[in-house]
Design a protein around this ligand. Sequence first.
Ligand SMILES: [Zn+2]
Length: 430
Amino acid sequence: MKKTLISNGHIIDPANGLNRVGDIYLADGKVERIDLEGTARQHDEGLEIIDATGLIVAPGLIDLHVHLREPGQSAKETIATGTKAAAAGGFTSVVCMPNTSPTIDQPSVVTWVLEKAKAEAVINVFPSGAITKGIAGEELAPIGSMKKAGIVALTDDGHCIQNPEVMRRALEYARMFNLTVMDHCQDYALVGKGVMHEGYWSTVLGLPGWPAMGEELIVSRNGQLAELTGTPIHCQHLSSGGSVRILREARSRGIPLSGEICPHHIALTDESIRGYNTNFKMNPPLRTQRDIDLLIEGVADGTITVLASDHAPHCNYEKEVEFDQAPFGILGFETELGLFLDILVHKKKAIGLPRLIEMFSVEPARLLGLDRGTLSVGAPADVTLINPDLEWTVDKEQSFSRSRNTPFHGWELKGRAVRTIVSGKTVWAL
Ligand SMILES: [Zn+2]
């Protein structure tokens, strides 16, 4: 039996309200014991000892919004390379999006992803399934049989069901199978061919605008549908300050509506697009400083409960085209924790370290009913060691991803993961 002692680290386990220095023992892929006194330190033969002095010992981080690109788009990313990049960012579990080729919209594709992950992934991969066949927004996918095959959530991410009646039926089905629906909020009529935030800079640059209202209208609709059906709806990658206000109001009335933000939406504004660099093109788009302030306020007051990357790798040749032609999205795994620590904890002081860890562990686990996100005795031994004060420089050439599309190359950040442990085994260390 393999045993590991992570000694003398600062353990932060929000699920158990734990926030102090101690030793943690892992055995047989599970958390065996936590010793806060350090008095009965074991020295069994074959015990692997990891010195965590000065480090944060957190439950393995969860990213519930990632694109691993398999099946079908392995030139951008594979389950093997994507999960390596995730491990290097401190993540032990990811929820992958179904907009692959073929779409994850039937049980056979779910099984394919799970088997591929079993063979090649270095961390846990939880697939989500499409709400509608081919993510076309028209006909419901076989939700029950996909759940049986192992999906943990439903989403048409990358697309948005426009017909509220189809969405209502999807929510009613999802409820029967106890599945959360995650939504990419975009009203097609309002957004049209928009490629960047509609405002001053889209006018200056002569690019078609993607108005904030294109997101807000769907967040608002989702609040009403979540209230009607009782099915939880999670609004993905919120970019607009107005969305936060709508979400706050819905939550104050007890409606099961939640939201996440991604680091780029609080690290960058639409002004970054001045040079027409396609690494600043994402969907929803970068918005204004006012939006950033309101998103951060939403994190601080608990309106936004989840942090995620929307890791979206693309090949160089796909991004090296005119701005309107380029695909949306950027890499996320290896810069995500550093950006959120740097902005939310160090610079803005919007939240403390325990809440940041909670938003990466307990919150996503609870939202999707995952058996993860805690260091409780008997839980899977997924652990992330973090040095919250380590200063480092982002170097895209060091990335484990197959792609290189990041706007953060050369950025200096404070804080990062230094070791990632999955089921008791170190899968990455700095
Ligand atoms: Zn999306």
